[in-house]
Structure formats: C-alpha cells, structure tokens
Design a protein around this ligand. Structure first.
Ligand code: HPA
Length: 259
C-alpha cells in the first residue's frame, strides 16, 4: 500500500531519503506544488512518495497551494494513505514549541480556496467528515511514538486559518474559545480532498511557536527555527518506526454520500 508524505514548512526535502524516481503528473486541476518524488527513506523496504506542499524551494504560500492537483496526483500514483506534516502554532499549553501533535479534529477558517473535486453541475456528493483524520493511521503513529519512547500530544483540534499572516491575539482568543488547541494554515482543504478521493489522511503537527498572545512575547523567526528542529527530530524518529506498519494499512475511509 503506497504511502505519501506531504512535507510542510521546513520539510521541503526529506532527510535520509534515497530518491529513485521523479513523477511529473498532469492533472485536470493544473500543476502540483512540485514533482512527486519516489524513493526509500531510512533504508526501509517499502518505497514512499514525497511531495513538498510549498514547492521544492518553499515558494508557494499556503492560500496559493494547488491542493486539488496535489491530492489528485497522489491518487493517480496509487497512494492509499497520506501523512501530512505541518508546522503549527500551539494554543494549548502541552502544544508548546517543539511539541509534536497528532490532531483528531479540525476546524476550517479558510476562505476562497478550491476545496472540492465535486464542483460541476449535477455532481452532488458529500464527503462524510465526522472524523477528518484516519483513526488507524493515528493509532499506528501514536503507538510507534510510544515504542520509540518519544513524548507526543496524541490529540488536538487543528484550526486552519487563511494566512499567510499569523493571527492577532484576539483571533487566537476566539479560536481558543471555539475549542482549538493548535493553529496552522494548510490542513484544509487538503484533508477533505483526500477524503473525497478515498485516501487515508493524518497530520503530524510540529509546534513551532505559541500562537499569538498565548505567551507574552511577539513571535520571533529564530525561536521558530529552534522549535522546528526539536519537533522535526521527534517526527523523523516516529516515521522510521511507523512507516512499515502504515504501508500495510488499507485506506479505510467512509464512502461518499450521493443523495
Ligand atoms: N498560526 C498559523 N499558522 C502557523 C503558526 C501560527 O501561529 N505557526 C506555524 N504555522
């Protein structure tokens, strides 16, 4: 079962990745963020696909990403499950900078993004989205973290904001009142597009800062880079442990509702 990793900010390249092939996929939705790379990571037997969401030079803003082309291309290449890596801001205290979070829910505050494949007249279909993230993938990842002795936050509610700017302190207070524990800019529409095409999807969220106003200071670039390295190290160790098991998982996604 082919697994894809979608890399976020800081993950435009994968460490320990042995590239075998590049796939340039033409999609009805236009260009993917970059060629999809196929190869082996950490010397593991099963090859994986890798797609850097912001492009291989980290040049595509979150609201300009062609999410439909990316997900369509991965489906075309036979992917069953997607591990989406994403930098986020922490709202809840355990989601401090350097933490790695496996959210179980999300809330969408984005606007104006192409967010469905069912866009044509007469093409009515509803994605079942009660649980936006794949439960089997999340539990494989969480168990792998435990085996590897790495502390993670194994639940979280990811608020997806439009960006590219960060939020105001008042916006974060509102998002916090809504119940979110982390905030980022890319889980939507990526997660729902994967669901529409029947792909398993989970996010491993790397907390790189406290969200605006959660602690007293302004958000500084240097602090973000330091926190990113801490979270990325955890993420690599868990990926090494969990990828062989994720390769065995069916996508296990609820079917579309077509009234
Ligand atoms: N807000 C939104 N997206 C983010 C943040 C944040 O604080 N940090 C990293 N991605």
């Amino acid at each position: 079962m082919t697994t894809a990793i979608i890399g976020g900010s800081g993950f435009s390249q994968l460490d320990a990745f042995d590239l075998k092939q590049k796939h340039s996929v033409h999609t009805p939705y236009g260009q993917t963020s970059a060629d999809v790379l196929e190869g082996n990571i950490f010397g593991l037997d099963d090859s994986i696909l890798f797609l850097p969401r912001h492009g291989d030079k980290h040049s595509i803003q979150p609201h300009k990403i062609n999410y439909r082309a990316n997900i369509y291309a991965l489906k075309e290449l036979g992917v069953k499950n997607i591990i989406a890596l994403a930098a986020v801001g922490g709202i809840d205290v355990p989601c401090e900078p350097g933490a790695l979070i496996v959210p179980h829910q999300l809330m969408d505050y984005t606007y104006g993004r192409e967010m469905t494949f069912f866009d044509e007249f007469g093409d009515v279909a509803h994605a079942e989205f009660t649980e936006p993230y794949s439960a089997p993938m999340r539990s494989v990842f969480i168990n792998a973290a435990e085996r590897a002795g790495i502390k993670i936050v194994n639940r979280g509610i990811y608020a997806v904001t439009q960006g590219p700017r960060f939020e105001t302190a008042a916006e974060i207070q509102r998002i916090q009142r809504d119940g979110a524990t982390i905030v980022g800019m890319t889980a939507m529409p990526e997660a729902v597009l994967a669901r529409e095409l029947g792909l398993g999807y989970m996010t491993a969220a790397l907390s790189v800062n406290y969200a605006a106003g959660i602690d007293s200071g302004v958000i500084e670039d240097d602090d973000i880079h330091a926190a990113y390295s801490v979270a990325a190290k955890k993420c690599y160790a868990i990926l090494k442990e969990c990828l062989p098991e994720i390769a065995k998982l069916e996508s296990n996604v609820p079917s579309l509702i077509k009234p």
